[in-house]
Design a protein around this ligand. Structure first.
Ligand SMILES: Nc1nc2c(ncn2[C@@H]2O[C@H](COP(=O)(O)OP(=O)(O)OP(=O)(O)O)[C@@H](O)[C@H]2O)c(=O)[nH]1
Ligand SMILES: [Mg+2]
Length: 344
């Protein structure tokens, strides 16, 4: 899953990128984009390792992409927006340091508008082209008219300020817009980038809703803290009376906003976390691990993380009848541990 870090110039995107990925941004790539793959820290892995004693632990990853900042004058933004289109989820960084506090949530609506305008332009152009085509009698004219009928309400929604993600798409609209990579189709998390000494992040986070999730983090401070040894960090945080934000927690929040969750595969060889879209099935989970497992899928032996850790072993899980046999179309739940049974 690709996560695009987006925002206006100088809002702290590269700072956030470096903190999250621990990879220093290459200045030579400042005008295009730069990505790094980050394992998502998972606190439940340690108790699982105590049970399975695996040789290896592997964590699911997010691909974090640092993108060039948009200009507030709109000049040159089209090419910058192109760098965002690949991302499945956006993290919008807005600056609340250096006296930019007052403006930082207004920036989210401004940024929304920039994305909405870009989407409107694409959809409007397509409708116009279809209307031109439909003037002439031609074999697939009905198809063109159907596409116009699908796209018009979408355009009206965009014009009313609704993001595609919020509206949802009908199957016809999905088909008609698939190749456009519309920008407002992606879920978005707002990250308010706080000054080092900001003592009142609640004024931002209290405005967080499901529709518009908001976190507030002092990215530069967190980056500096992440460069210290744990002892130095603890001393510094205590001395300055800071509360430091957990990097893993932010990565998991991003994953959640991106519509993904964690499930596990466990054995004495490997304990591993995997990411799946919410609503994903056992067959998709199997395919994630290996396409052979999906092709030869028989069933998924499934238990809950909490049950396993409470009971301490798979033997106890079975003794309590808590190992379920699930079919292909079982909707995998957050925290499920799967053993995929398959034939070759
Ligand atoms: N005080 C403060 N300064 C910050 C913070 N985050 C970033 N900065 C500073 O703001 C400047 C811009 O930060 P970057 O991370 O390069 O911003 P950017 O969004 O990547 O900028 P562009 O890529 O040019 O659009 C740098 O001088 C940072 O040190 C923060 O949380 N607090
Ligand atoms: Mg940058």
């Amino acid at each position: 899953m690709k996560i695009g870090i987006v925002g206006y110039q100088g809002s702290g995107k590269s700072t956030l990128f470096e903190w999250l990925t621990q990879v220093a941004p290459d200045p030579a790539l400042a005008h295009s984009s730069q990505s790094a793959s980050v394992p998502i820290p998972e606190p439940r892995v340690e108790p699982l390792c105590a049970i399975y004693q695996p040789k290896k632990v592997t964590l699911a990853t997010l691909d974090i992409v640092d993108t060039p900042g948009l200009s507030r004058t709109h000049e040159g933004n089209a090419t910058r927006l192109a760098a965002i289109r690949e991302a499945g989820c956006l993290v919008l960084v807005t600056a609340a340091f250096n006296d930019q506090t007052a403006d930082s949530l207004a920036d989210t609506s401004r940024f929304d508008e920039d994305l909405l305008l870009a989407d409107m332009e694409i959809v409007a152009r397509r409708i116009e082209k279809l209307r031109e085509q439909a003037k002439k009698p031609k074999p697939n004219r009905d198809q063109d008219l159907a596409e116009i009928a699908a796209l018009e309400p979408l355009l009206a929604g965009l014009e009313a300020g609704k993001r595609v993600h919020e509206m949802g798409l009908t199957p016809e609209q999905f088909k008609a817009t698939r190749s456009f990579q519309l920008l407002t189709e992606r879920p978005m998390l707002v990250m308010v980038n706080l000054a080092d000494d900001d003592a009142n992040p609640e004024r931002f986070t209290s405005q967080s809703t499901d529709r518009r999730p908001i976190v507030a983090v002092p990215a530069r401070l967190e980056l500096e803290l992440s460069r210290m040894t744990p002892e130095e960090r603890a001393a510094f945080v205590a001395e300055m009376g800071l509360s430091s934000y957990d990097r893993g927690e932010l990565l998991r929040r991003i994953m959640d906003v991106a519509g993904q969750f964690i499930y596990f595969t466990c054995g004495d060889k490997e304990v591993r976390t995997w990411m799946l879209r919410k609503g994903g099935t056992a067959l998709e989970a199997a395919d994630n691990v290996h396409s052979d497992l999906a092709r030869g899928f028989i069933r998924a032996e499934t238990m809950k993380y909490e049950d396993l850790v409470r009971l301490g072993s798979e033997r106890e899980i079975k003794a309590h009848n808590l190992m379920r046999q699930e079919p292909k179309d079982y909707v995998v739940q957050e925290g499920d541990i799967l053993h995929i049974r398959f034939s070759v």
